[in-house]
Design a protein around this ligand. Structure first.
Ligand SMILES: [Mg+2]
Length: 218
């Protein structure tokens, strides 16, 4: 699927690529509405109805990933709530084998996420993945999400990688579109970002269901 001899830099998304998106899906679709309902004396259904359009309107924006933003907007301690259900954070199947192998290779490996530093720290603490990366980049450090061209320019300026030999793996098609526009040569999607949901049909990019498909030749 990938000719590894042509890849020097591996850029990996976190949620839905390395980590099971079930945590985030459950958190935003069930746990936050539950807490929001309790706080405001609403039924859970009413809370979901109120929250859904508010979440939708922020998609693709950096604020969507900002725990401080949502803590203020919803008057809930979002970081604290995440910590409450941190037991659900889990690494997707075969990710560890892949990271071990790619870490032993001469390739540079970066975690490149839109997650806020608070989420990122909590997830690294729970999964102990940080040792596998040459660098961990949160788009919040640059002030632009991965969907924005400026993010890629700043990332390249900071890390100095070659676009022609870089591979980006991300479950977000909007992020892959942005990476492609910037000129990242190899792009892969993930068809099973959430183990509790059915496999997604992805046609725009090559997609892996799990990381075993990338082990050959690495
Ligand atoms: Mg993702």
């Amino acid at each position: 699927m990938i000719d590894w001899t042509k890849v020097d830099t591996v850029l990996l998304d976190m949620d839905g690529t390395l980590l099971d998106l079930n945590f985030d899906n459950h958190f935003w679709k069930e746990f936050v509405p539950l807490k929001f309902a309790k706080k405001n004396g609403l039924t859970i259904d009413a809370a979901k109805q109120q929250l859904e359009p508010r979440f939708k309107s922020m998609e693709g924006k950096l604020e969507w990933y900002c725990l401080d933003y949502w803590s203020e907007a919803l008057e809930l301690d979002i970081a604290g709530l995440k910590a409450e259900i941190a037991g659900l954070i889990s690494v997707l199947p075969h990710v560890m084998e892949f990271l071990e192998k790619v870490h032993q290779s001469p390739k540079k490996v970066y975690l490149v996420t839109n997650a806020h530093r608070d989420s990122l720290d909590l997830k690294m603490e729970k999964t102990c993945l940080q040792g596998f990366f040459d660098g961990i980049i949160s788009s919040h450090d640059f002030g632009y999400p991965k969907e924005h061209a400026e993010f890629w320019r700043l990332l390249q300026q900071q890390q100095g990688f070659e676009k022609q030999t870089a591979l980006m793996i991300d479950d977000s098609l909007a992020v892959l579109d942005s990476a492609r526009q910037f000129g990242i040569a190899y792009l892969l999607s993930v068809s099973r970002p959430d183990t509790q949901q059915a496999k997604k049909d992805i046609t725009r990019y090559l997609a892996i269901e799990d990381f075993r498909e990338l082990m050959a030749g690495l």
